[in-house]
Design a protein around this ligand. Sequence first.
Ligand SMILES: NC(=O)c1ccc[n+]([C@@H]2O[C@H](COP(=O)([O-])OP(=O)(O)OC[C@H]3O[C@@H](n4cnc5c(N)ncnc54)[C@H](OP(=O)(O)O)[C@@H]3O)[C@@H](O)[C@H]2O)c1
Length: 288
Amino acid sequence: MSQHPSQGVVPASPGRSTFDPSQGVVPASPGRSTALVTGGTAGIGAAFAAQLAREGSDLVLVARTESRLTDKATELSERYGIAVETIAADLSTAHGLGRVEARVADAGAPIHLLVNNAGFGLAEDFLDSDVAAEEEMLAVNVRAVLRLTHAALPAMIERGSGGIINVSSMAGSVPTATGATYAASKAWVTAFTESLSMLVAGKGVALTALCPGFTRTEFHDRVGVSRGGVPELLWLDADDVVAAGLRDHRRGAVISVPGVQYKASVIGSRLVPRSVLRWVSARVTAGI
Ligand SMILES: NC(=O)c1ccc[n+]([C@@H]2O[C@H](COP(=O)([O-])OP(=O)(O)OC[C@H]3O[C@@H](n4cnc5c(N)ncnc54)[C@H](OP(=O)(O)O)[C@@H]3O)[C@@H](O)[C@H]2O)c1
């Protein structure tokens, strides 16, 4: 793997890594695992990075903002003694995605767990939005998930081990007038993950769609929407979401829904007509 200017490495503590500064690569140490987390600098992705680092996993973190990547890599490496690679890349662009894809497929430095987490929504509804922004959202929420999963699976199947967690959303299973493309993108992530899990069954690779509800992260600030209209009961903590997602992934769950309130709403949503779901969804999102 060649070193790109916007790729960095914070090696593990001395004695724990085979990092060679002259090559700028982090080969996976025997017996150690490496997880690649997209969007690993904030919110749910940062919680994944921290929980995996605490367990001793080496990391590859992907996001656009180089300074935040460097800060996160330094923090986690110093605190947990792991090696952290960073790739500053915009997953909505062919170039950025291609670089991350190449890293995922690098046979010399295997990725044992891929967390497709980066994603975003839009402030405007479909009627008022810029169609280019809608397409950019699809590129990150859908195309990047598809391509990175496609890049990761062959080596995982050949090794007979590995895992992929695709961060979807409860929005993928309920109609949402305020985010039609976002909801559709997350419905795709859930359906894609569930179908692929059937294809790889028995090959030693676990796939999980993690479907959080409203979670306190930077997501809503970036979109510029108020959190005030959403009842407090519906808010989840990113650390709790990730703990539930990892636990479910490791016990082989294909769909993970963190939080009792959302587990109950999944059961309820199966019992009521879609017209009722649309009515409830319209009222919950009216204040956002
Ligand atoms: N928060 C919620 O209520 C909620 C609920 C359900 C599902 N989700 C899903 O959870 C995932 C994480 O969301 P979050 O709430 O943790 O969001 P967040 O706090 O806004 O963090 C987003 C992360 O993704 C990175 N990112 C954004 N666009 C990117 C791009 N084009 N290329 C590469 N990296 C990019 C950001 O870093 P840079 O800006 O530096 O690139 C950041 O690290 C998303 O897929 C979201 O749809 C969130």
